[in-house]
Design a protein around this ligand. Structure first.
Ligand code: ADP
Ligand code: MG
Length: 320
């Protein structure tokens, strides 16, 4: 039995002179969420479009669920779902009508389409809003409706192309919940994202893509280890407090805190952000030390790129 839901070898795709994919490799294990992390213009959507048989590659090959995408396009299509940044939800129809329409499109009978719509509204927490026009939905509800539409046929492999780009943190969290529920039910997910935090939260493995090529593949932990963990930074009110602040921070971090005398700042990497923050504030309080500011920051896609390529993510504005 093949353990891989997706196998991609040396995919190539050119648009004019632009190499959107330039020998892209990827393997996604069955039943997992695999993150495809890269900046704007790095080739994520091109890869997803090729894998979902919407676009033909110029070279290379790919298999979904053991089926070659070129030779068995129709069988591949029957096994996948796709949610794009611009999904085909009709704003005039209600959420329920949209889902029923997709059901009919996928050749479900009227009754089956209705039943599936009801199930999916329930599952994506849209039952209460189901009979309202989709045009009135918030960004997060709209994305959940997109997700629901891509799940009509309970696909084996689901492609989620930047499902949370532009959403507020709360809606983002709701989408993450939905994705986890899908995977718990056995769906394999290929998730493209520009957020390291998102890939970290959802994916068991992450492939980093840059200029149409995979430049790294690792677990989120491995990637973060290479890049550096979360940083806890404290700004003292007075220079004289710096040693004591550094000492308090040293108790909760792995390495040695570093002190910036000019900026009155002490910072260190921490592995458990909440525990570190809680403990360090307690210590500061117990010792009667006042501070000007305290901040936690997570490593970003930029940090990953800086580490892997020595340059910032070559983000490209894609206007379409
Ligand atoms: N249909 C297209 N026509 C011309 N160029 C395209 C087209 N689709 C993508 N590209 C170009 O290919 C590169 C990769 O794009 P894309 O796959 O959309 O990246 P991402 O999804 O990572 O932002 C970009 O330089 C983009 O401008
Ligand atoms: Mg894209």
């Amino acid at each position: 039995m093949n353990n891989s839901a997706v196998v991609v070898e040396q995919l190539k795709k050119k648009y004019g002179d632009k190499r959107a994919l330039n020998g892209f490799d990827l393997t996604v294990r069955r039943g997992t969420v695999h993150g495809l992390l890269g900046p704007n213009g790095s080739g994520k959507t091109t890869a997803v479009r090729i894998l979902s048989t919407l676009v033909r590659p110029d070279g290379g090959r790919a298999e979904i669920a053991g089926l070659d995408i070129a030779r068995h396009a129709r069988a591949v299509r029957a096994r996948i779902g796709l949610t794009g940044q611009y999904a085909a939800v009709d704003e005039v129809l209600t959420g329920r009508q949209n889902l029923e329409m997709f059901g009919r499109l996928f050749h479900l009978g009227g009754r089956a389409a209705k039943q599936r719509a009801t199930e999916l509204l329930e599952r994506f927490d849209l039952t209460a809003a189901g009979d309202r026009g989709a045009g009135t939905y918030s960004g997060g509800m709209r994305r959940r409706l997109d997700l629901a539409a891509s799940m009509i046929l309970a696909p084996q492999v689901l492609f989620l192309d930047e499902p949370t780009t532009g959403l507020d943190p709360r809606s983002r969290g709701e989408i993450w919940e939905s994705v986890r529920a899908l995977v718990a039910d056995g769906t394999t997910v290929l998730l493209t994202t520009q957020y390291l935090e998102e890939a970290d939260n959802l994916a068991s493995r992450i492939t980093v893509i840059d200029q149409g090529r995979a430049i790294a593949e690792d677990t989120p932990e491995g990637l973060k280890r290479a890049v550096g963990a979360d940083t806890l930074e404290i700004e003292a009110t007075e220079a004289i407090d710096l040693p004591a602040v550094a000492k308090a921070l040293a108790r909760v971090c792995a390495g040695e805190p570093s002190t910036d005398d000019a900026e009155l700042r002490v910072s260190a990497s921490v592995s458990d952000r909440v525990a570190a923050l809680t403990e360090v504030t307690r210590t500061l309080h117990d010792e009667g030390l006042d501070i000007a500011d305290i901040r936690l920051s997570r490593p970003s896609l930029d940090d990953v790129f800086l580490q892997l390529t020595g340059r910032r993510a070559a983000s490209e504005e894609v206007v379409r």
